[in-house]
Design a protein. Sequence first.
Length: 255
Amino acid sequence: MPEAQLPKLRARNLNLYYKAFHALSDVTLDILPQTITAIIGPSGCGKSTLLRTFNRMNDLVPGARVEGEVTLDGEDIFAPTMSLVRLRRRVGMVFQRPNPFPLSVRDNVLFGPRAHGITPRDRLQEILEASLKGAGLWADVRDRLDEPALDLSIGAQQQLCIARLLAVEPEVILLDEPCSALDPYSTLHIEELMRQLSETYTVLIVTHNMQQAARASDRSVFMLLGELVEEGPTEQVFTMPRDERTEQYITGRFG
């Protein structure tokens, strides 16, 4: 495999339990760099659980237990030496509903850099502008930086959450149904933004929207009852699925 296509993230025989419940079963998956990978499947199939495993957000769930291996650039994310702060800086997440802090637009974006000890005003201004531009929001808020973030539209709040993530310079962006609370126009805007971000970052998205997965992703992963049923290039998964269960789900026969 060429070096440029070595997996950014790799799961091997991954099992995750919530106490006695077996949420992920023997998942083996490679996530390639600078691609958009969509994780699809019916409710309760393990999509979000898989996504949250990549930055160990499931550690916050009482009774959660993991078996198997997950690596980031070949580094075991469950190793005792792995810093959770460092991991979650490298692998950031944007949640289903926008969750800006009750602060100004400026302070939302700069919260992470300041927490990591960046204090020079010129450097903070560079990060502010670059992050908002990266999230496609600079033109809309450049004259409103000191206004409350909660005054923004829902779509702009989601873009702000992406800008807040970009400010700490992640390598992987996890998006957990980021468009479920948005109107169609804002959804298309976020999808266009995802495509731009994938030129620099590795992007994983959980979505219930089959049309969104088909038009916005490079690769698709179909989950069912905690099992990875099928994964591959999105066009192949949607037009020539190898597994009958994938075809049944995509054509709406269940889910």
